[in-house]
Structure formats: C-alpha cells, structure tokens
Design a protein around this ligand. Sequence first.
Ligand code: FPP
Length: 240
Amino acid sequence: MTNTEGKDDKIPTHIAIIMDGNGRWAQEKGLPRTAGHKQGAENVRPILEHAKEKGVKYVTLFAFSSENWNRPKSEVNFLVDLFRRYLNEDIKDLQKQKVNISFVGSRDKFPADIVERMNDLERETASFDDFHVVLALSYGAREDIIAAIKRIALDVREQKYLISSIDEKVVNEALSTRHIPYPDLVIRTSGEQRLSNFLLWEIAYAELYFTPIYWPDFNEQDLDIAIESYGRRERRFGKV
Ligand code: FPP
C-alpha cells in the first residue's frame, strides 16, 4: 500500500511494536514467565486506546514470532491459549469500537478454531477504517519475503507480468502486509536493540525507538514519549 513519504505530521500514521520483556518482568518479581505474558496481554488494550486517541491510524503488534514456536512446549501452549482467549473475549471491545482487525504471519500453524476466529474477525471488521490493529502471529519477515518471492515467481511463470516489471509495488502486493502502509515508527521495549525478523522490508525507512521498559510496564506516558521522540526527528527518506 502507500507509504508516508513526504508526510510532515508529528504523529506517526503507523506504529509497529515489538512487545518484549514479559518473561524478565515476571522473573524479576519471582513469578513464572507466563505471568508476564498475562500482564503483557492486559497492557495491549490501554496502549491501543491511547494510540487511537493520539491520532495514530495503524498499530501492528508483534505478538508471536515464527521462532517462538521453539520455546518450551508449556510456554507455547500458554501463549496459544492466551491468544485464543484474547481473540474470543478481549478483542470484542475493539470490534464494538469499529476497529479494523487483521493478522499477518503463517496462521496455518495455529489450531483450526483460532484460524477460523482470525478469518471471521478480519471479515467482520474489514469495512472499518478509522483505526487498524494488525496482530503479527507466527510471523517472520524472512518467511514472508520468501512466500512473496514464490508468489511472484508463479505469476511470472503464468505470464501475468514480465520479470522486468517487478518493482517495489509488485513486491508489496505479494507480502502479507499488502493491506497496511509502511510503519513510520518501530518501538521495541525491554532494552534489546534489534529487529528480530520483524517487518524487515516494510521498515526500511522507519524511525526506531528503543526503551528499557519491559512491555507489561510500558504505559500511555511512555507511548507519548516515543511519539514525541518521533516528532522531533527529521525524516529524509534518503534525500538531503
Ligand atoms: C516477548 O517477551 C513477548 C512474547 C514472545 C509474547 C508477546 C505476547 C504478549 C504481549 C501477550 C499477548 C498479546 C496479545 C495480542 C494477546 P519475552 O517472553 O520474550 O520476554 P523476555 O525477553 O523477557 O524473555
């Protein structure tokens, strides 16, 4: 979709968040890691509401990476149950508020009931456009890029277009993020300063913001500070 090049707004149109530090948040309190995920899930709603109030239009949340399946089975099961509960219960509030909900990532790894729920939520909220929430579940940017390359290769083989006409737009249309604009701001909590295979193509020109705060403690004021930092930056998109 479109990017936000040339936009001089101080509020990012699209914020992508790597919600990191749930495990450490819990461990430092002497709690099991799963308690951190539970608290992390409870922190999603206030942050989304605040982002919407600030005038942000898209928020993408990295909730589960394709690599996270390799965590201990008990933690993976807990997270899958947490997503199930979130998609069946908590998300109803968003739906009532006419929020557009969509998913990126390989959903076929989830149990059928969760996949069905994802598909239903996308269909039921497809016409809403005021505020978009994108959940990255079982998502990995390299996987997504590989899937896009395969789609493009098939299209070329079927002579839908020539190799010479492959451009940024063609690649965008083949990615699972084709329905959202490029993120303007990426926030990663918990002090880690890396992207961990999140939206690599899409964030080529995004501003990056790292904070030591663990996700369960990241609050509305912290989001304001991240947005203010974004607003002070000069985005040149490679120009002078
Ligand atoms: C990273 O913390 C967090 C995750 C892998 C899971 C993210 C899930 C949530 C925030 C809760 C559910 C979200 C939704 C949308 C229902 P970590 O476990 O890697 O923490 P650590 O780095 O301290 O170990």
